[in-house]
Design a protein around this ligand. Structure first.
Ligand code: GDP
Ligand code: IMO
Ligand code: MG
Length: 440
């Protein structure tokens, strides 16, 4: 028997983030009853463009623009309540209905000291910094695993519990923050536990009507045969266990994080869609074998508007790394691929695809999810003919130039998974749907 989960869908990034997950989740949300964030926090920036209007979502599930789906922020997310409230208010001001949001009482809270700690740790690492988004993600997850002084969303509605936890956290962190600040030549004032508690209680009061046990909610929905869409944040190559460690984020940002981060059993995850760009990008530090530092990179960056949705940083750009993407497809058990930003590649005489790495130990077709070793890998390329037509108006496979089709076919055959949609522009409508894959 196929589990109830067969009706559920997961959308996960196969590269280093920003593959266009938000756009896909928005497109699929209308066919689902809930869109669920299960990992990460406000480090995510998911853009959705509808009718020329751009929405940047950080904590809100990207289904918020659909008229049907419930939005769920699961227990595996770390929530900065201030950022979430600002996001809710910003969307409401644009006329978006934000009332269908449910927040897990077990999701951990990012508090002001987490952001201070994130910033100071990065400063202390100086040349070896990870290039985090400075949203307090790592320190909040570290506290979750450390346990004692961590605060969960449910605690924001229990003043006594909250006050005690924040006091304890401040006691633990004051010395640490003071010392780290000193070492980078800064001065840090002591944390004011009362002020932080009062602020957090105000956030709790505002968000209380939305805080609930999302594990019972989601499991009941799945049992009733409702369709749930799990929205990955960050991406597989940033997964804390399976990415380019230590240049990763602090959660399981592949499909492997869904069960723990949403509180659903493995049978609840049905179709897994892997989202990948037609080239590679990365924000922050860490190895990226196909990175380019030439005019090709500048052209792709400009055409693809490759600047971070969360931090505005220019994204690093390179040719498509098929070795990396095939690894990600394996780890996630991807059923089909959503290929995005193919329109950006028009105008190049040739397109390159990385199909293996040269390493000190010899040539390999295996990805190397370990930063020091991946740094020593250089790409082995296959070259395909480029195309010059503007793809942004294409809505069917037949309308694509032969060279673009050949590029997609090579991606499919290398990974061994069908490409079921192709993005040709940021707008919801700028998508080519393919019923059975191009050639697989
Ligand atoms: P996410 O984090 O995976 O949701 O991706 P982001 O929203 O951070 O980054 C993807 C960027 O590409 C955004 O600016 C999108 O509007 C844009 N985008 C998504 N799909 C396409 C596409 O097919 N073509 C073009 N030109 N832009 C796209
Ligand atoms: P979406 O969901 C791109 C990167 C950061 C940094 C590293 C660690 O929009 O695809 P963190 O703040 O998480 O401790 O930073 O991970 N990173 C992302 N890069 N897109 C994201 O999310 C990212 N989330 C984290 O740039 O290199
Ligand atoms: Mg993004």
């Amino acid at each position: 028997m196929v589990g109830g989960g067969a009706r559920s869908t997961a959308v996960v990034g196969l590269q280093w983030g920003d593959e266009g997950k938000g756009k896909l989740v928005d497109r699929l949300a209308g066919e689902h009853d809930a869109t669920v964030r299960f990992n990460g926090g406000a480090n995510a920036g998911h853009s959705v463009v509808v009718g020329g209007v751009r929405y940047a979502l950080h904590l809100m599930p990207s289904g918020v623009l659909s008229e049907r789906a419930l939005g769920v922020i699961g227990n595996g997310v770390v929530i900065d309540p201030q950022a979430l409230i600002a996001e809710i208010d910003g969307l409401s001001a644009k006329g978006v209905d934000t009332s269908r949001l449910v927040i897990s009482d077990r999701a951990h809270v990012v508090l002001p000291y987490h952001k201070i700690e994130d910033e100071l740790r990065e400063a202390l690492l100086s040349g070896k910094a990870l290039g985090t988004t400075k949203r307090g993600i790592g320190p909040a997850y570290a506290d979750k695993v450390q346990r004692g002084a961590a605060v969960r969303m449910g605690d924001l509605t229990r003043p006594e519990v909250l006050r005690e936890k924040v006091e304890q956290a401040c006691r633990l962190k004051n010395g640490l923050i003071r010392e780290m600040a000193q070492r980078v030549g800064q001065e840090a004032a002591d944390l004011d536990a009362d002020a932080i508690t009062d602020q957090a209680l105000a956030w709790g009061q505002r968000l209380a009507p939305m805080i609930d046990d999302t594990v019972y909610l989601l499991n009941a929905m799945i049992r009733e045969g409702k369709r749930v869409l799990f929205e990955g944040a960050n991406a597989t190559l940033l997964d804390v266990d399976h990415g380019t460690y230590p240049f990763v984020t602090s959660s399981n940002s592949s499909a492997l994080g869904i069960c723990a981060g949403a509180g659903v059993p493995p049978s609840a995850v049905g179709r897994v869609i892997g989202v990948m760009k037609a080239y590679s990008t990365r924000v922050g530090a860490g190895p990226m074998p196909t990175e380019l530092h030439d005019s090709t990179a500048d052209l792709i960056r400009d055409k693809g508007n490759e600047y971070g949705t969360t931090t505005g940083r220019p994204r690093r750009v390179g040719w498509l790394d098929l070795v990396a993407v095939r690894y990600s497809a394996m780890v996630n058990g991807v059923d089909d691929i959503a290929l995005t930003l193919l329109d950006v590649l028009s105008g190049f005489d040739e397109l390159r695809l990385c199909v293996a790495y040269e390493t000190p130990e010899g040539r390999t077709e295996r990805f190397i999810p370990d930063a020091p070793r991946l740094t020593q890998a250089s790409p082995v390329y296959e070259t395909l003919a480029g195309f010059s037509q503007d793809l942004t108006g294409c809505r069917s496979l037949d309308e694509l130039p032969g060279q673009a089709r050949a590029y997609v076919e090579r991606i499919e055959s290398f990974i061994g998974v069908p490409v079921r949609s192709i993005g040709v522009g940021p707008d919801r409508e700028q998508t080519i749907e393919i019923s059975r894959g191009v050639c697989v």
